[in-house]
Write a protein that binds this ligand. Structure first.
Ligand code: CA
Ligand code: CA
Length: 114
C-alpha cells in the first residue's frame, strides 16, 4: 500500500523559504521592508518593450499588483500595489550593506491627486 511511486509533499506556501507564492505574499496590507525576495514565475507583460516578459500583473477585487523583474534574475525588483480607490504603494528591492534583502517604499499616494 502507498507504493504508487509518487511522492506527495504537502507544502504550505506561507512557510516556503525559496520563492514566494505571489497570491499569498503580494498583498498590500502585509507587504513591507521585511517581505524578502519575491520570485516571479509567471510573467505576463513586457513593460520595457525588449520582447522579454519582465512583469507580473494581478488584478482582483482588492486592486492591482504589478511586479517587475528589472534585471532578469527571476526576482521582482519593483512592486506596485494599486487599490480600488486609486491609492498606490511602490516598493523597490535592494540588498542592504549587511547583505539582507529589503524593500524600500519609493512612492505612494493617490492616483489623480495633484
Ligand atoms: Ca522586457
Ligand atoms: Ca530581479
Amino acid at each position: 500500500m502507498f507504493s504508487r511511486g509518487v511522492a506527495v509533499v504537502a507544502e504550505d506556501p506561507t512557510t516556503s523559504v525559496s520563492g514566494v507564492d505571489l497570491d499569498v505574499e503580494l498583498d498590500a496590507r502585509s507587504f513591507g521592508p521585511e517581505s524578502g525576495s519575491v520570485a516571479l514565475t509567471s510573467l505576463t507583460h513586457d513593460l520595457d518593450g525588449d520582447g522579454i516578459f519582465d512583469t507580473y500583473v494581478r488584478a482582483d477585487g482588492d486592486g492591482t499588483v504589478i511586479a517587475t523583474d528589472l534585471d532578469g534574475d527571476g526576482d521582482a525588483d519593483r512592486v506596485t500595489f494599486l487599490d480600488a480607490s486609486g491609492e498606490y504603494d511602490a516598493w523597490e528591492f535592494r540588498v542592504d550593506d549587511d547583505g539582507n534583502p529589503t524593500w524600500d517604499r519609493i512612492d505612494d499616494g493617490l492616483l489623480g491627486d495633484s
